[in-house]
Design a protein around this ligand. Structure first.
Ligand SMILES: *Cc1c(COP(=O)(O)O)cnc(C)c1O
Length: 373
């Protein structure tokens, strides 16, 4: 009898780098610096080098990164409370929370069932009355359109990226800096290093990346009680700092990012080749650009039956996401927003093991999916 295949084993992904992580932890313990030290500084400059030299501010998590970006844009007068902001209806709730927190009006955009991202054409249409677009690169798939650049240049729309799920991905078309790498496409990008993400900390961590020096300085001040220097507070700020231990762990994980992206691509390649069940719709593979396979999501009309069938055979799956933000109790004011594609995807999507799966496991998952009749 072969062993079970977990949807995701964090002990497996962590043990692969255990020796380096323990060395990093020892370095921090011996240094006596736990916040705002050399590890955070080095991590920020490594992230910056990775992202076309844009400024990087380490933060406490992905949600706080988004909160800091929007708050900084308010402080700098780039956005005003009450502004409409374009956001995908099918995103994770953390993309929406900062919008409502600051009194922006979310304009929810339906999904493109091919890419599972926000439909960019609907986003452009909705952007006529909006001040900003929050583009979310869901599941490792860049969500970008050349018209976003025009909207930014001609109508001064703010373009914010939620890059929590897509570090290292490339869009087919360049962004504002002329680069295709996600996180460099718009005015500012939020990253999450939650343990299950492609680059995972051993706890909570995040980052803001932006080419705008003033925005970066404002985010940095806001994340540190609103102080631009010690005991000098220019904003009613927060405490949203990255700590030295997580920064040291993240430096290890960042060094292995290419290898991790290749590993995910290999698993996705096995699924895309080996799954042949006609009841299954496989995910779109980009012709141009690069997707980083945060999730491998198939669709099936009998989704719940399929999940039970796989679970009975020792295969773990998950759903990202079964309930969209507008169907959450806290967002009942938006429940009537018509998002037919989002609703349909929520009922048919299933995520297969990819975060810690081996090629042999992927072959076995594919065979089992094929045997579901
Ligand atoms: C994980 C995630 C976040 C939030 O990141 P945290 O670090 O968990 O706060 C935001 N947006 C998306 C799309 C995410 O997947």
């Amino acid at each position: 009898m072969k062993g079970d295949i977990p949807f995701l084993s964090l002990s497996r992904t962590t043990s692969a780098y255990a020796a380096e992580l323990k060395k990093a932890a020892a370095r921090v313990i011996d240094s006596g610096h736990f916040l705002g030290g050399g590890e955070t500084e080095a991590f920020e400059s490594e992230m910056s080098a990775l992202h076309a030299g844009a400024h990087c501010v380490g933060t406490s998590n992905g949600l706080d990164s988004l909160r800091l970006i929007f708050r900084a844009m308010l402080e700098l007068g780039k956005l005003t409370t009450g502004d409409r902001i374009i956001v995908p209806g099918g995103t994770y709730i953390a993309s929406v929370l900062p919008l409502t927190e600051f009194g922006f009006r979310p304009v929810f955009i339906d999904s493109d069932p091919r890419t599972l991202n926000m439909d960019p054409v609907a986003a452009i249409r909705g952007a006529r009355s909006a001040r900003a677009i929050l583009t979310v690169h869901l599941y490792g798939n860049p969500c970008w359109h050349p018209a976003f650049v025009e909207l930014a240049r001609e109508r001064e729309l703010m373009i914010i990226e939620d890059n929590a799920q897509s570090i290292g991905a490339h869009a087919a078309e360049p962004g504002l800096l002329g680069q295709t790498l996600t996180g460099t496409l718009g005015h500012a990008a939020a990253f999450s290093f939650y343990p299950t993400k492609n680059v995972g900390a051993l706890g909570d961590a995040g980052a803001v990346v932006t080419p705008d020096q003033e925005l970066a300085a404002t985010v940095r001040a806001l994340a540190n009680y609103g102080s631009d220097r010690r005991y000098h507070n220019i904003f009613h700020g927060y405490n949203c700092r990255l700590d030295e231990l997580q920064a040291a762990f993240l430096r290890v994980k960042l060094r292995h990012l290419d290898e991790e992206t290749l590993r995910r691509g290999r698993i996705a390649g096995i699924y895309s080749r080996a799954i042949t069940n006609p009841q299954i719709v496989k995910p779109h593979v980009l012709e141009k650009g690069r997707q980083v396979w945060h999730q491998y999501i198939i669709r099936c009309d009998r989704r719940d039956e399929l999940r039970r069938y796989l679970a009975d055979r020792g295969i773990g799956t998950d759903v990202h996401y079964e309930v969209s933000p507008t169907r959450q109790p806290c967002y009942s004011v938006y429940t009537a927003t018509p998002l037919p594609q989002v609703s349909r995807l929520c009922a048919t999507m299933v995520s297969l093991p990819i975060g810690s799966a081996t090629p042999d496991e992927a072959e076995r998952v594919a065979e089992t999916v094929n045997s579901f009749v």
